[in-house]
Design a protein around this ligand. Structure first.
Ligand SMILES: [Zn+2]
Length: 468
């Protein structure tokens, strides 16, 4: 019997609640839904005595097979899921598309946000299919489906999210963006909302901005000693350009904020250009880029130098115009810190050349390139030691403490390239990056990541997943 996907079904959790966790675990069963004369039950062992289970439900059953891991996942969150699905049912019962019962849908959305924060999620994805609403939650970079609910909930949920994000409720055909704040479990959180119309309704993504991240110290990011030392040294200069690079979701913004926290004291004027601003920091002039009204990077950068800043933070260098101004600013006595989408430190040089920067300008302004990724840390509670090709490493298992993923939280892997006199000359002479790399011979992101495997912090699988 091949494995079935429990995520395909809109589960009625009251069935499982009525039987009770201990019985479900004893038999290895998870009831899904009542279909007229029978109940659909997920089982982990095909050899199960069906008549016993039918006795338990007092009804005929039909079975689908799931893995032990999926079963444990459902059992682990049973009470939460039951409660949240109940609130969803209530909302559907009390509302319709044109007359929404605000208090019931707010109860539902608040519990959903609380739940997401409880499982340490970064984003909540609310998506529609032809006949359901699917809610997936991103934890440590991985999307996990937690709920599949009736389609009727979509209109109510979409409208209520638009309501507390001050968006246009009647607008369902164009993308909308907004944000809202909420106090959850005694902590203040900001939520950034993006709504995109799709063929079956809308895709709604809520990013959870944990304000604690805005105050993280450079020393707490998890840089290796050599990278940390290079960053500390280079941000103490009064001019030049420091680039933090990596793909989307590699923690670049958190690194930028940690640097700003280090530099933020009253002898410095710091101006940031962000699209959008993620966290507010007192003492720093943060400018939110808003292309809709013509407030784009170019226009802000043109005016920014008249503001007499010491330090400039550019959220992202996206095009040659932004890069030109960044270079201009660093040439004229400002420290510029920015992010750039590149895969590793050395290729950043090529990217700058692609953006039509003159080699001599790069050579004279660039001081340091830091490249980074986020990588999942093994759960301390359940990791086990195994031997792979004679090497003692740790393997992810999964337990209740880590949402059965085997991982808990993420850490950073990095590499950095400091532009010394020789590299500066090589850039100016348009030397091939392979030669620059050979000369620089720094510890690469892979070296850093592999060391974490040897230290038992990450798994080999995670190492390979991020190998460059
Ligand atoms: Zn665990």
């Amino acid at each position: 019997m091949k494995l079935d996907n429990i995520n395909d079904y809109i589960i009625d959790f009251s069935l499982a609640i009525n039987i009770g966790k201990s019985k479900l675990i004893e038999y290895g069963i998870f009831p899904i839904k009542e279909f007229g004369i029978y109940i659909l039950v997920a089982i982990i062992n095909e050899q199960i005595d069906k008549s016993k289970i039918e006795e338990l439900f007092n009804k005929p059953i039909k079975c689908i097979k799931i893995s032990k891991k999926v079963f444990e996942f459902e059992i682990n969150y049973l009470e939460f899921k039951y409660e949240i699905c109940n609130l969803a049912k209530q909302s559907i019962l009390l509302s319709d598309e044109n007359d929404i019962n605000i208090s019931s849908i707010f109860l539902f959305s608040d519990s959903l946000l609380e739940f997401a924060i409880f499982v340490k999620a970064s984003d909540i994805h609310i998506e529609t299919t032809k006949d359901s609403v699917v809610i997936r939650i991103r934890i440590d970079g991985i999307l996990v489906q937690f709920f599949k609910l009736c389609y009727e909930l979509y209109y109510i949920l979409s409208s209520s999210i638009k309501l507390f994000t001050s968006l246009d409720i009647s607008q369902k055909r164009l993308p909308q963006n907004g944000r809202f704040s909420k106090n959850i479990l005694d902590l203040d959180y900001d939520f950034r909302v993006s709504i995109l119309p799709t063929i079956s309704g809308e895709s709604i993504v809520i990013r959870i901005l944990d304000n604690q991240k805005a105050f993280i110290g450079l020393e707490d990011i998890g840089f290796s000693d050599d990278v940390y030392a290079k960053i500390s040294k280079n941000i103490s200069y009064t001019q030049g350009m420091i680039l933090i690079t990596g793909p989307t979701g590699s923690g670049k913004t958190t690194t930028l904020y940690s640097i700003l926290n280090r530099l933020n004291h009253n002898q410095m004027k710091i101006i940031t250009l962000e699209d959008p601003i993620e966290y507010n920091i007192d003492g720093i002039q943060q400018v939110n880029i808003n292309s809709d009204i013509g407030l784009d990077y170019e226009i802000v950068l043109k005016n920014i130098l008249r503001q007499d800043p010491d330090i400039l933070m550019i959220g992202e260098i996206r095009d040659s115009k932004t890069l030109q101004v960044a270079i201009q600013a660093s040439l004229t006595g400002h420290l510029v810190i920015a992010t750039l989408h590149t895969n590793d430190a050395i290729k950043t040089i090529n990217r700058l050349l692609d953006l039509k920067a003159e080699p001599f300008l790069i050579a004279s302004t660039l001081r340091l390139i830091v490249s980074q990724r986020l990588i999942r840390v093994l759960c301390e509670n359940c990791k086990i030691q195994v031997e792979v090709d004679g090497l003692r490493v740790y393997k992810a298992v999964g337990c209740a403490k880590c949402n059965l993923s085997g991982y808990s939280d993420r850490t950073i892997i990095t590499e950095s390239l400091e532009i010394d006199e020789k590299i500066s000359q090589m850039i100016n002479a348009k030397t091939d990056i392979a030669n620059i790399l050979q000369y620089a011979s720094y510890k690469t992101i892979n070296n850093n990541s592999y060391q974490k495997v040897l230290d038992g912090i990450i798994s080999l699988e995670e190492y390979y997943r991020h190998e460059i």
